[in-house]
Design a protein around this ligand. Structure first.
Ligand code: PEP
Ligand code: MG
Length: 584
């Protein structure tokens, strides 16, 4: 294939915007090999080439081991045993055997993609020993590639740290990688795996980085240093764009920016429908650098502060005092609006709370959210006291994630009561009326909403997890990403049931920032919507062009509908009629 032609790879857009620059393929230790197509008849010879490279690499490693043993001793040389073991790792070989006849690419490029995938898996496990093995594996990969014809060596370091501005391409990024991206050099990112409601995608939106995920063949089809355009609206990665394409995108970028600024200028107008139905529009926040954007976007405070990025983003967990100081800054900067702190929600696809030797088979069903906090009560109480103390400086709410039923709520409330008492004894101030809520994101909690409503002041529906758990579709698995449908009638009915329980209910999942689904959410009776600051001006404009009575009709019909497509179409039709210009 001629490398100089414009080519387009398509994936799923997850964070809007346009990035233009050179591509940096994050190869985690070595550069991507050249890819070429092969015919099925070449499969045998490809395997022979690969076997020969493995044998050469094996000899090299044995030699190396012997040399190191002589120079430094047996213990130091033992690290090469791990290299040798990985060289013929059974799971990698099995995957390679499966992928070769499907992809029909030269074996080094498929091997490269398979090993990238394997390393990504290791990077996500809690065990630091296994994670550290990634370096050894990258080393083996590089050696094997070097021992094959047409391979390339070389190393990369860091995720876009330093260097020229670039668009980052990777097999996948973990949420911790994304949180750590150097946004002064990374203009946007694109991944082969991933999904729209993964925390990686959510963080891209918080960072304001255009992002596209689920691009098949990305790692093997793209080249380091290629000129590219990343379209975070359509989901395209354009390799080697022509002059006309570049011109088109420069114009589009300028137009989008202007349109967005016009929306931002309306930030002081209330989020109220044409027939006077008022919605509180608040921000979802993860990082301190977003605090300025809360006010600039016109948000009425914070509806979801995901505290885990602050708590686990440091090498040590901040203590009560450090948390209090941090929370106080946010609370004061949002006054007179309320800030809702969600207590630690570690686990799932986010950073684990503790490193553990045991890998969780199903992390989303495992040690996550309130379960972690309740089993580490002293640490949980430090966070609760810090939030309570911050409530002395402005309006504060607290909510618990991943609640599955009343027992957890009662336990959490009782610990909160203990914290109140401790602060009274210390003579420290807090707001006695601080609102306490729970996230509704597990179907059993939605089913029990009428009971839970007796114990808390508010609900906040986490549609990302509620969808994942209701229809049993892993939110980060790109193979089932197309099945992730928040408008599934099962999800919509649970949301309705939750709202009907009678306590003020907010929606803080990604659905809350989706202008296509806005008529449905407003019609179901959500009192508050919370979304990323970048989406907020759009949502405000959209609310102001809706009619509440029409939204209610949409919701009523949705509750009778039989499938997700119908519900989506109902909401979209009203959205298109009400604010067509937002879809241009
Ligand atoms: C949700 O699940 O919808 C939610 C808002 O929480 P998170 O995305 O952090 O899991
Ligand atoms: Mg959640």
């Amino acid at each position: 294939m001629d490398e100089s032609f414009e080519r387009r790879l398509t994936g799923q857009p997850v964070s809007p915007g346009i990035a233009m620059g050179t591509l940096r393929v994050e190869a985690r230790g070595c550069l991507a090999p050249v890819t070429r197509s092969i015919s099925p008849t070449e499969l045998q010879s490809e395997w022979e080439r690969f076997e020969a490279a493995l044998a050469r690499t094996e000899n090299e490693l044995i030699d190396l081991k012997a040399r190191v043993e002589k120079l430094s001793g047996e213990k130091e040389a033992a690290i090469f045993d791990a290299h040798l073991l990985f060289l013929r790792d059974r799971s990698v070989m099995a995957r390679l055997r499966k992928e070769m006849p499907v992809r029909l690419h030269n074996i080094e490029s498929v091997y490269y993609a398979v090993v990238q995938n394997f390393m990504e898996g290791l990077r996500r496990v809690g065990d630091s020993y296994l994670r550290s093995r990634v370096v050894d594996i990258a080393d083996v990969l590089q050696r094997v590639l070097k021992n094959m014809d047409g391979s390339s060596g070389g190393t990369l370091s860091g995720l876009g740290k330093g260097g020229a501005p670039c668009v980052l391409a990777a097999y996948d990024l973990a949420p911790s990688d994304t949180a750590d991206l150097d946004t002064s050099t990374v203009l946007g990112f694109v991944t082969e795996a991933g999904s729209a409601v993964s925390h990686t995608a959510i963080l891209a939106r918080s960072l304001g980085l255009p992002a596209v995920v689920a691009v098949p063949g990305l790692v093997v089809d793209s080249r380091m240093g290629q000129h590219v355009i990343l379209d975070g609206y359509s989901g395209e990665l354009i390799l080697n764009p022509t002059r006309e394409t570049l011109e088109h995108y420069r114009r589009l970028q300028a137009e989008k920016q202007k349109a967005y600024e016009t929306l931002v200028e309306m930030r002081d107008l209330p989020a109220e429908t044409r027939d006077g139905h008022r919605i509180r529009l608040a921000a979802n926040v993860e990082f301190a650098h977003e605090y300025g954007a809360i006010r600039r976007s016109g948000a009425e405070g914070v509806g979801l502060f995901r505290t885990e990025f602050f708590l686990l983003g440091n090498s040590e967990l901040p203590d009560e005092e450090a948390q209090y100081r941090h929370y106080k800054v946010l609370v004061e900067s949002c006054a007179p609006h309320e800030v809702i702190f969600r207590t630690l929600d570690s686990g799932g696809d986010k950073l684990p709370f503790e490193e553990s030797a045991e890998k969780e088979e199903n992390p989303f069903l495992g040690w996550r959210g309130i379960r972690v906090s309740l089993s580490r009560a002293e640490i949980f109480k430090e966070q609760l006291r810090a939030v309570l103390r911050a409530s002395a400086h402005g309006r504060v709410g607290v909510m618990f994630p991943m609640v599955s039923g009343l027992t957890e709520v009662k336990e959490a409330l009782s610990l909160l009561d203990e914290c109140r008492e401790e602060l009274r004894q210390r003579g420290q101030l807090f707001d006695e009326r601080m609102r306490v809520g729970i996230m509704i994101e597990v179907p059993s909690a939605a089913m029990m909403a009428d009971v839970l409503a007796r114990y808390v002041d508010f609900f906040s529906i986490g549609t990302n997890d509620l969808t994942q758990y209701t229809i049993a579709v892993d939110r980060v698995n790109y193979r089932v990403a197309s099945m992730f449908r928040p408008t599934h009638p099962g999800v919509v009915r649970l949301m309705h049931r939750t709202i009907q329980a009678g306590v003020p209910t907010a929606i803080c999942g990604e659905m809350g920032g989706d202008i296509t689904l806005l008529p449905l959410l407003v019609g179901l009776g959500a009192k508050e919507l919370s979304c990323g600051t970048h989406r907020l001006p759009l949502v405000r404009f959209a609310i102001r062009h809706l009619n509440y009575a029409e939204c209610r009709e949409v919701a009523e019909q949705a509750l009778q509908a039989e499938d997700s497509k119908t519900i989506r179409a109902l909401s979209k039709a009203l959205a298109l009629r009400s604010y067509p210009n937002l879809f241009e």
